[in-house]
Design a protein around this ligand. Structure first.
Ligand SMILES: NC(=O)c1ccc[n+]([C@@H]2O[C@H](COP(=O)([O-])OP(=O)(O)OC[C@H]3O[C@@H](n4cnc5c(N)ncnc54)[C@H](O)[C@@H]3O)[C@@H](O)[C@H]2O)c1
Length: 417
């Protein structure tokens, strides 16, 4: 059997979801039409480890149309949409993914995607590429390269590359402007609010909304929470990001202070232990805490458990911890990415550009991987501009062009006042 999913009977429901996503992803479907003829991925075997959502299914269909064989697993135990996984299995994709995996099952699924000896890997968070490096280094000789979708994965792979430990080249898809400045900002911003609302149904207007980390994702969450009428507080460790937040009109303060005033907390740092015991100890009764960073270590859940006298699930993706002093703290989606575990992840329209970058990165690695150094690369500026141009045209938007005189003026070092 080429797949293991929760329930194949969900396939028809999943197929509808994928069709809906497809109707909102014109860049990827345009590329698919082109690559279905050119087959630039013919002969490639791609192992993918990325959230199994309706948008991911559109990516998988595109990779297969471009000639690749694909084997897939989810990159988070709680983010797989079981109906989408079933739809992919039903259309003969090799896929090992279901929602609610144990850690052992999570790695078992990744291992299965390595059975067909991939020539390319695609990661979101680097768990697949780490499995190759740490457990199956013998596979690396046959792997031309890998792509990485998210900030946390890119940080770690860059560190590995600098330490000379990477066994093949990696494309940092995350770092393309058409990915990082859209997916992480507008995608995470909107979908994290969506996750908070689905799991709590609370009013955001008038709430003190604390965002930890004013990077790409944090900025998106802060911006959207303000749009819903919340009073936004930002915590940071980087003085420049903190200043940007302040001049954007947000209150900036350390977490020790924010913990006392927040009604809702969201972590978006990519760093562990952002919310720890002493923060939970000073929170108000009813505080809601969640995370949208890649791993579930930003909120120290063992600390929360130590302080709690009891715990119960009060709503789906919403656990109530009653403290020994009677206060209640609500943890969403068990500290996993709230937008994917409690909602559907990013809207299709932004994943359209992220996954166009994925496809272009994989094609480059399939063609040139063996000639590249074993380090982390970013996609070219031209690639980025091509994807943005395609997106603009699908939106029916036109922009101006520099005239030859303007181009000459830009580099004219004799011109002045
Ligand atoms: N939920 C999603 O769907 C989704 C989407 C994209 C990225 N991510 C993940 O979200 C995380 C953030 O990604 P990003 O692109 O915004 O990264 P980024 O580097 O742009 O921003 C992270 C920010 O957090 C700040 N920070 C670090 N440690 C901190 C701390 N202890 N307290 C307060 N601030 C701190 C940094 O100074 C930085 O400004 C990563 O783990 C990334 O992989 C999640």
């Amino acid at each position: 059997m080429k797949y293991k999913v929760a329930d194949l009977a969900l396939a028809s429901q999943g197929k509808l979801k994928v069709e809906w996503a497809e109707s909102r992803m014109p860049v990827l479907t345009t590329l698919r039409e082109r690559f279905a003829k050119e087959k630039p991925l013919a002969g490639a075997r791609i192992a993918g480890c990325l959230h199994v959502t309706k948008e991911t299914a559109v990516l998988v269909r595109t990779l297969r149309a471009a000639g690749a064989e694909v084997s897939w697993s989810g990159c988070n135990p709680l983010s797989t949409q079981d109906d989408v996984a079933a739809a992919l299995a039903a259309e003969d994709t090799s896929i090992y993914a279901w929602r609610g995996l144990s850690v052992e099952e999570f790695y078992w699924c990744i291992e299965r995607t390595l059975d067909f000896k991939p020539t390319l890997t695609l990661d979101d968070g680097a768990d697949l590429i780490f499995t190759v490096h740490h457990k199956h280094p013998e596979l690396a000789a046959g792997i031309k390269g890998g792509t990485e979708e998210t900030t946390t994965g890119v940080h770690r792979l860059r560190a590995m590359g600098e330490a000379g430990k990477l066994l093949y080249p990696v494309m940092a898809v995350n770092d393309s402007e058409t990915k990082w400045d859209f997916d992480n900002v507008y995608g995470t911003g909107q979908s994290s609010i969506d996750g908070i609302l689905r799991s709590t149904a609370i009013l955001l207007a008038g709430k003190n909304f604390v965002v930890a980390g004013y990077g790409h994702c944090g900025r998106g969450a802060a911006m959207r929470a303000r749009g819903m009428g919340a009073l936004v507080y930002v915590t940071e460790v980087d003085p420049i990001q903190a200043l940007k937040a302040r001049l954007e009109g947000f209150q900036v303060l350390p977490m020790d202070e924010a913990a006392k005033v927040g009604d809702i907390f969201i972590t978006a740092t990519g760093v562990k232990d952002v919310l720890i015991g002493r923060h939970f100890a000073s929170m108000k009764d009813g505080a809601v805490v969640c995370n949208t960073g890649h791993y579930d270590c930003e909120i120290n859940i063992p600390d929360l458990e130590k302080l709690a006298a009891s715990q119960r699930e009060i709503r789906p993706n919403n656990d109530e911890y009653r403290m020994k002093d009677g206060r209640r703290i609500y943890l969403l989606a068990r500290g996993r990415l709230v937008n994917l575990a409690a909602a559907e992840g990013h809207p299709s329209e932004v994943m359209d550009m992220s996954f166009a970058n994925q496809v272009m990165g994989l094609i480059r690695l399939h063609r040139e991987g063996p000639k590249l150094e074993k380090k982390v690369y970013v996609l070219s500026k031209e690639q980025d501009r091509e994807i943005a141009t395609l997106k603009l045209s699908t939106l029916g938007l036109l922009i101006d062009k520099l005239t030859p005189e303007q181009i000459a003026y830009q580099s004219d070092y004799a011109a002045g006042t």
